[in-house]
Write a new protein. Structure first.
Length: 283
């Protein structure tokens, strides 16, 4: 692909996040507690990246589809967050609670948290086996395989993605001014979210270089075959997750590359600090 379109680059980013989510969500609840906690964390990261890219590059996808999917991604991320937050709280109390409480005082608190974790986990299990989750999985598969793009997605990525990212840069500047004027927890949290959105968008933009001259490895099954099984019966999804996880590794080859020379003009038009943001790592 000598000159990738904006849709091709965004589709690649959505596919990576979709596969990451499907692999981890399918395996969650089938391993040790520590493994399950990490699976939930990785699932939430993937959902957050999808939401962010759908927001930043919303002019490239069907508006109704993109808006609805973002809302559903937020819903499921919030449900997963209930268990994640409790696990984090328990870990921190277990590690540092004895600095302020003796063991007799600490243990009853930990038992209450353990019961809350069990209850929240049961709730997430019910959600995972429900119709709403099934519909969400279907739409995530669509995002992975064939998202509904607009005509703008057919334009060259070098010309389109930078200016679209500029919108997010303006969001960051606005949130920064508000946080500086009134540094409340709410305003600082909003600034943090906007910064993450900018970083995720920048990491998608730098994938333009990785989308050039990319071919599927010989013998590799089509993406539809690799991920379709994850939407099936819950008892089969975990067994397939490991195989899909190994296949998903093919997609990670160029995601961490720094700002390519070919995007210099697009970045200047967008006036966003792409080169600096592209080097950032984390969640």
């Amino acid at each position: 692909m000598d000159d990738p379109t904006a849709g091709a680059v965004l589709g690649r980013a959505l596919a990576r996040s979709s596969e990451k989510f499907l692999v981890n969500d399918a395996a969650a609840g089938h391993g040790a507690e520590g493994d399950d906690t990490e699976r939930v964390h990785e699932s939430r990261v993937a959902l957050r990246r999808m939401r962010s890219n759908l927001r930043t590059f919303r002019l490239l996808v069907d508006p109704a589809w993109g808006t609805t999917l973002r809302a559903e991604l937020a819903w499921y991320a919030d449900r997963l967050g209930e268990t994640r937050d409790l696990h984090v709280l328990r870990d921190r109390l277990s590690e540092a609670g004895t600095n302020v409480l003796d063991d007799v005082q600490l243990q009853p608190i930990l038992r209450v948290i353990d019961r809350s974790i069990e209850s929240a986990g049961a709730g997430v299990h019910d959600v995972r086996t429900g119709e709403r989750h099934a519909r969400l999985t279907k739409e995530i598969l669509r995002a992975c395989e064939d998202p509904p793009f607009t005509a703008k997605a057919d334009e060259p990525a070098d010309e389109v993605l930078g200016p679209l990212l500029k919108r997010t840069w303006h969001d960051v500047r606005g949130a920064g001014r508000l946080a500086r004027k009134k540094p409340t927890d709410e305003h600082l949290h909003k600034l943090r979210i906007r910064l993450k959105g900018l970083r995720y968008g920048a990491e998608t933009v730098v994938m333009v270089d990785g989308s050039r001259d990319v071919a599927e490895p010989a013998g590799r099954p089509p993406r539809r075959q690799r991920v379709a099984g994850l939407a099936g019966h819950p008892g089969r999804r975990a067994a397939r997750a490991g195989r899909v996880g190994r296949s998903a590794g093919h997609l990670r080859g160029s995601g961490g590359r720094r700002h390519p020379q070919g995007l210099a003009q697009g970045a200047q038009r967008g006036r966003a600090p792409l080169a600096a943001l592209a080097g950032l790592r984390g969640d």
